[in-house]
Design a protein around this ligand. Structure first.
Ligand code: URA
Length: 238
């Protein structure tokens, strides 16, 4: 039975509420546990069963957060950076929590789906080289895609002389636009794959991770929690 102190539970689930704020709310009699007012900050509750509410509004317990962010250009996928704004700075207060990090990276000038989580185990499963979670990108190019590139990508090409890539799927949408699906995440991979075909990526947007598609209602710079079925879709997909 996972027991937790009530003030810790409240501040842990509501990042904008400090431990002291939580104690104040408790003192004021605004907190109920299973429908009964509880004023003791050191009350121990079962995080899996107890129904905690503040002013009648239930706090849904989440052990981990899984956040879909639509990354704009010009921010880096890092927890902190001395010079450049990071993806973490885009999160609204209610989605901030210690321990969050971007699970996988997009280049500073790339846009689209970045997963932020504090679940190290899931991130490890997704990011380990053997997991091969597909990531789908929309790509716009400077020049027309040459014939033979689909087969080249499919064959598992070599870039920069000796780096062997896993087979990747290319779906041509128009002469200069395509989808690319990778099953790994090498540094600047798509840019380097196209560079090897004498082409240049001018726009790159990640549109899916595993079975989860970037929400088209999520504007650039905005974030939302993943639904339960989406969390499963990160590692279970066809
Ligand atoms: N490939 C790249 O070249 N850049 C990205 O940001 C992602 C994939």
């Amino acid at each position: 039975m996972p027991l937790m102190r009530l003030d810790k539970f409240i501040s842990g689930q509501m990042p904008e509420v400090s431990r002291n704020d939580a104690k104040e709310l408790l003192k004021k009699g605004l907190v109920t546990v299973d429908g009964v007012t509880e004023k003791h900050y050191d009350y121990k509750l079962d995080t899996e069963k107890a129904v905690v509410a503040i002013s009648g509004e239930r706090i849904v317990y989440r052990e981990h957060l899984y956040i879909m962010l639509n990354k704009p250009s010009g921010v880096v996928c890092a927890v902190r950076d001395k010079i450049t704004p990071t993806v973490m700075e885009l999160l609204p207060p209610q989605l901030r929590r210690p321990g969050l990090f971007p699970a996988g990276r997009l280049d500073k000038d790339s846009v689209g789906f970045v997963l932020l989580t504090d679940d190290g185990e899931l991130a490890h499963r997704m990011l380990s080289p053997s997991s091969h979670v597909p990531k789908k990108y929309f790509v716009r190019l400077e020049n027309d895609v040459e014939s033979g590139v689909t087969e080249l990508f499919k064959s598992g090409m070599t870039i920069d002389n000796d780096e062997k890539c896993l087979p990747a799927e290319l779906e041509i949408l128009s002469p200069k636009e395509c989808f690319v699906t990778l099953h790994e995440g090498k540094f600047h991979q798509i840019k380097r794959m196209f560079a090897a075909t004498e082409n240049t990526v001018v726009y790159l947007k990640r549109i899916a991770i595993g079975g989860v598609i970037l929400d088209d209602k999520l504007d650039e710079g905005k974030a939302r929690l993943l639904e339960d079925n989406e969390i499963k879709g990160l590692i279970c997909y066809d």
